[in-house]
Ligand binder design. Sequence first.
Ligand code: RIB
Length: 308
Amino acid sequence: MGEAMGRVTVVGSLNMDLVARAPRLPKPGETLAGHAFAQVAGGKGGNQAVAAARLGAQVAMIGCVGDDSNGATLKRSLEAEGIDCSALATSASAPTGVALIIVDDASQNAIVIVAGSNAEVTPASVEAQEGLLARADVIVCQLETPTDTVRAALAAGRRLQRTTILNPAPAARKLPPDWFPLIDYLIPNELEAATLSGVAIDTPEDARRAAQALKAKGVRNVIVTLGAQGVLALLDGEDEAGVHMPSPRVEAVDTTAAGDTFIGGFAAELARGSAVRDAIAFGQRAAAIAVTREGAQPSIPHRSEISA
Ligand code: RIB
């Protein structure tokens, strides 16, 4: 690997994560005693930006925090990673986004997000950052900001001939058909791929069918992340059957932000000019480290920790 750094611009959410650890996830109406609590920087956009920065890219963040202590903390933590926050707005009225996260002893999580200031990342605020978008090798979006905003970012990326990545998370419904041709890499997890494609996913073979259904809608590449089962990638110009790439085997303690780490690492590696399969493998090695650590941004490794 050379030393050249690519540029990644992330359009997305920033949340303060309030994380409780409990023996298991509570049932409806149940109160459970937890055994640990932590407040850490998170949000899918912020996590992916931090991952891309720690894993080797120059990163800019387009987003919005509230005018409150959570917002100040999140902005400071991005700046500490060397991330360009010139396009990070501060809302005068909405509080910073929060995520309530429960992690159980089997390392599974359940998350409720309250968008707050993330809902104020508007299409106009993205379009005003044409310079940051044009300078990016790779533009990364998720679905924790308004849908019109995500579409505007993808459309700008296509117009400016930048590589676009959409992590369709959280995916509560199907995407509008006119989005698909704007996406170079669609990277859902198995739940999101099932929601978007209508194909139930239990195995890599199911993921292959879901990816094929999504690629048929006009996306250039589909990469379905399958947790411990690895990823199923259906890549432009390659075998239509796709490739299943297993994950490194590790003992997981907290899977929060594992997908974000994969995406940030993949984006950073793609931006510096690596081949797509190499970028996938790099993202997988980074995510395998993240799951062995607690929390969202605190769990994300640095490039020096990733084995060649
Ligand atoms: O992907 C993990 C993230 O989802 C958490 O950091 C939380 O903020 C939610 O956005």
